[in-house]
Design a protein around this ligand. Structure first.
Ligand code: ATP
Length: 802
């Protein structure tokens, strides 16, 4: 495989055998260019957004530079016989041939592994399920890369330590080789540590390319941090206090060491007293700084979450109706509650811990180098191994944690569904069934939870063991130095306290990694929501801003066909054409599922037709301001849902309470025959209706919904089965109200009770999404074998039998 660039485009050439090539199986893969040549197939994948300045290329360049420099210095610095001498009489302290050889192998291995890893990640993206095509896991590649980097760094440190303490002088060229090798090994190690986030980023870029129609922005670290952009100043001031507090932690240890040193001298307590006083003084400052940094970071967190939740809610509410068909309510509310919480914890709480531990590590290492160079070098040579183990294990735990969250979310969905449908559950006596279903789903999360508990404990154990190991090694070496009279006990004590601080800080950082990955996951979901542009706008924009002042209530359907996006294979409406003249009363009838409510949804622009046009007056529905549309077209749907507030607020829901008088509310309630039952309640119009209006009867809910629609004073009124839940008396009263409300407006009624449609100007009969008959009641009833006539007869017979 080779990698090169064309303008801003990176092309990755992949040579695979026919069996191995997963891309060949993917019909949808657009940018694959396949050239057959004998037994191998040469594919070119075009990836426009992968920069040449990517981490893998920087690492490739670095190992190449390292080898090149070492090789040149080795060649230039040795005369031919010395060059051979360096190989034949190789010795760790005097030869540099080993560095050249290691860097050469490193060059070969790193280039192969990095390249293979990149291919693996990119290919897997296109065949995420077919794991059998990939014999190697990407983690294996990463482990191999890390082992190489750690091996090289450890070798560099050992060689550095050994030659640094030998008696004889080494040439400058020789020393420069050691320095180059050490610095490059360190940079390579750091670079490889970043390979995980890099690969995730690469994956994101690829996903973006692959799903071009989805407007997902790349979630990188910078973007996650941009969430707390407005709280930057609070966090900067907080960091200032944090910096002082952390610096005091470091100074504290110097003072502890001095106290031990003075105490060991058995002299007067004066010096100890002075140091104790200083210690108390600076620790008091430390407490004040800790108060300020905790307060400022927490405040920033609260502000950020407040803003983020508001923005997410705005984004959710503006989405088109189809979005809500596709997404579960529980998942969306989860974005608002737990995902924002995860981001808050990371961006404010954990950032403070990160900065504090970082300062502890850097500050402690500086002081440790100052106190004892050799001992610090021993520590530094062990720490990378500890980081490697902690990182690998941290990833395993993190994967489990992710699985646990997913399973728990599934269980929550079941619980939420059962609770919100509790009446249906009770009617069918299905309590045991839903309890069992919840238990089964919960069990799945519990099984992973058990593994997680074990692995969490093991992780703590591993970290503890590593800590103990590092402390033991450094203690042993420190004790040896004290024994050899090369180090004082006071310095060793301070050194050990610093050591503990460094090790604890590393342990914290290792545990933060998992949380950070969780934050990236949560932020990705948040950004997907924030970035998502509704496919149907809910407010006006350039394409839909018309507010027809001359709208007379007429509507025209011209060859409209439609399928629901969530069920694209089922055609719901086919070539529907009809016109509703101003002030007409039109009825839609037909068997259940024939598409009547769908027509109403299209007029409300909940969905858009796949072909054909709907006109309001002389304007296409798509060009009209959606807010204007909702003010002029009211819709009372089959299952009117109310909000958990007062009757008055429910009736006034679509309008600003300051713009309407209480008299208006009473007037429409009277029109909808709701006034009488409202007056019978103790608190009348202030009566609370409960969640979804469950404290009212079905008929009462419908009458309130009609009153709510009438208050909007719409030019066009849609009544979808609006009288279905009423008894004969109420239905009669409602019919009267509707007759009244129809004056000066156009009405579209969708009703099964054909007897209520006698006075309709036009009845449109639908069957399987097509208009099969239309005309007045008398016309349709006179048709031999007509669908309407059959429906009417069937209804008449069932009315007689009941
Ligand atoms: N949100 C949706 N997503 C996918 N399919 C839907 C959706 N809403 C309705 N459908 C399907 O569209 C078809 C027409 O439904 P619609 O509600 O328009 O029928 P209807 O004539 O009003 O029926 P009814 O008289 O029983 O209310 C049905 O097959 C239904 O399953």
């Amino acid at each position: 495989m080779t990698s090169h660039s064309v303008d801003d485009t990176a092309i990755i050439d992949i040579t695979l055998t026919e069996d191995e090539n997963p891309l060949l199986l993917d019909d949808n893969f657009q940018n694959t260019n396949i050239n057959n040549s004998d037994s191998s197939i040469h594919n070119t994948i075009l990836i426009p957004s992968i920069s040449n300045f990517r981490l893998t290329n920087i690492l490739r360049g670095l190992v190449f530079l390292e080898f090149f420099l070492l090789f040149i210095i080795w060649l230039a610095g040795s005369r031919t016989h010395l060059l051979i001498d360096d190989i034949i009489h190789f010795h760790l302290t005097t030869s540099i041939f080993d560095l050249v050889i290691i860097s050469m192998f490193k060059l070969i291995l790193l280039i192969i592994l990095l390249t293979e890893l990149e291919i693996l990640v990119i290919l897997r993206l296109y065949r995420p399920i077919d794991r059998s095509s990939f014999p190697f896991n990407r983690y294996l590649f990463i482990i191999a890369l890390l082992l190489i980097a750690i091996g090289s760094l450890t070798f560099a440190i050992i060689k550095f330590v050994i030659i640094f303490h030998q008696e004889f002088q080494l040439s400058k060229l020789y020393l420069s080789c050691i320095y180059i090798f050490l610095v490059c090994s360190l940079l390579e190690f750091i670079g490889i540590l970043f390979i995980f986030p890099y690969l995730n980023r690469l994956k994101l870029i690829e996903q973006q390319q692959h799903e071009q129609n989805r407007q997902e922005k790349q979630v990188d670290i910078r973007r996650v941090f941009s969430l707390a952009k407005e709280e930057r100043s609070l966090m900067i001031i907080g960091t200032f206090f944090l910096f002082i507090a952390s610096a005091i932690d470091i100074v504290d240890i110097i003072l502890f060491g001095q106290i031990i040193a003075f105490a060991l001298k058995y002299e007067s307590m004066h010096s100890v007293n002075v140091i104790i006083l200083i210690l108390f003084g600076i620790d008091s400052i430390n407490c004040i700084c800790t108060f300020f940094n905790t307060w400022l970071f927490d405040l920033a967190g609260q502000k950020m979450t407040y803003r983020l939740r508001r923005n997410i809610f705005n984004a959710i509410i503006k989405q088109e109706i189809c979005f809500f068909d596709e997404n579960h309510t529980g998942e969306l509310t989860n974005r608002l509650s737990s995902d924002t919480q995860v981001v808050q914890t990371m961006l404010t709480g954990n950032i403070a811990i990160l900065i504090q531990n970082f300062i502890h590590i850097i500050g402690s290492l500086i002081v440790m180098f100052y106190l004892q160079v050799k001992l610090t070098l021993v520590l530094i040579s062990i720490v990378p191994i500890a980081i490697l183990i902690a990182t690998i294990y941290g990833n395993i735990v993190e994967n489990l944690r992710q699985q646990f969250q997913d399973k728990l979310a599934e269980a929550n969905k079941t619980a939420e569904e059962s609770i919100s449908n509790i009446r249906t559950v009770r009617i069918f006596g299905s309590e045991c069934k839903v309890i069992d279903r919840y238990k089964q789903n919960l069990m799945k999360s519990f099984i992973i939870g058990k593994k997680l508990a074990f692995n969490d404990a093991l992780f703590s154990g591993v970290i503890g063991l590593l800590t103990a190991g590092i402390i033991s090694v450094v203690m042993w070496y420190g004790a040896k130095l004290v024994h050899d009279k090369k180090l004082s006990i006071g310095v060793l004590s301070s050194f050990l306290l610093y050591l503990i601080q460094v090790v604890v800080a590393f342990a914290y950082l290792a545990s933060l990694y998992g949380e950070f990955m969780q934050t990236v996951g949560a932020s990705k979901k948040i950004f997907n929501l924030l970035d998502r542009q509704p496919k149907i706008p809910s407010t006006s924009n350039e394409s839909c801003s018309i507010e027809p002042t001359d709208f007379d209530g007429s509507i025209h359907f011209n060859n409209v066909s439609f399928t629901y996006p969530t069920r694209p294979e089922q055609q719901i409406l086919t070539n529907i054409s009809f016109s509703i003249a101003p002030g007409q009363k039109i009825a839609l009838v037909g068997p259940s599922g024939s598409g009547k409510s769908t027509i109403a949804s299209l007029i409300e622009r909940f969905y858009e037709p796949h072909s054909g046009t709907i006109y309001l007056g002389s304007y296409s529905l798509l060009s009209i301001n959606p807010q204007w549309l909702r003010q002029n077209i009211s819709f009372v749907n089959q299952e009117p849902s109310l909000f958990a507030c007062s009757i008055r607020d429910n009736i006034a829901f679509g309008l600003d309470l300051n713009q309407i008088s209480f008299d208006d509310i009473i007037r429409v309630a009277k029109q909808a025959n709701a006034h009488q039952f409202i007056e019978e309640f103790d608190q009348k119009y202030d009566t609370l209706v409960g969640e979804y209006g469950h404290r009212l009867s079905g008929g009462q809910r419908q009458r309130l919904a009609i009153a709510r629609a009438l208050l909007m004073n719409p030019k066009f009124l849609i009544l979808d089965e609006a009288t279905s839940a009423l008894d004969a008396e109420s239905e009669h009263l409602i019919q009267e109200a509707i007759e009244q409300a129809m004056i000066n407006r156009t009405v579209l009624i969708i009703a099964h009770r054909l007897s209520t449609l006698r006075n309709a100007d036009l009845i449109i009969v639908l069957d399987q999404g097509k208009i099969v008959e239309q005309g007045t009641h008398d016309f349709l009833i006179s048709k031999e074998n007509g669908i309407y006539k059959n429906l009417a007869l069937r209804q008449l017979m069932s009315d007689v039998s009941t």
